[in-house]
Design a protein around this ligand. Sequence first.
Ligand code: FES
Length: 89
Amino acid sequence: MPEMITLSVDGRSTSVAAGTSVAAAIAIAAARAAGPGVTRRSVGGQLRAPLCGMGVCQECRVTVNGRAHVLSCQTLCAPGMDVQTGGAP
Ligand code: FES
């Protein structure tokens, strides 16, 4: 059984296996809530989601513990982490 850690994604408590990226945690949280799993909005207001998964496209930027523009695909989840996406209406 993998070690599980709990973090907050847009205010929703989410448990994931240790070693999970924040981008994956956002997708997991969205799947559990039947949500879209977006990370941010473009300047034009379009919903955006992780694309490359390797730190190139910048589409996965979120706010982590108050720090903006964190690449969620390059960041591992930590216990108690607060993740805010820009996907909320
Ligand atoms: S998904 Fe492309 S930089 Fe994170």
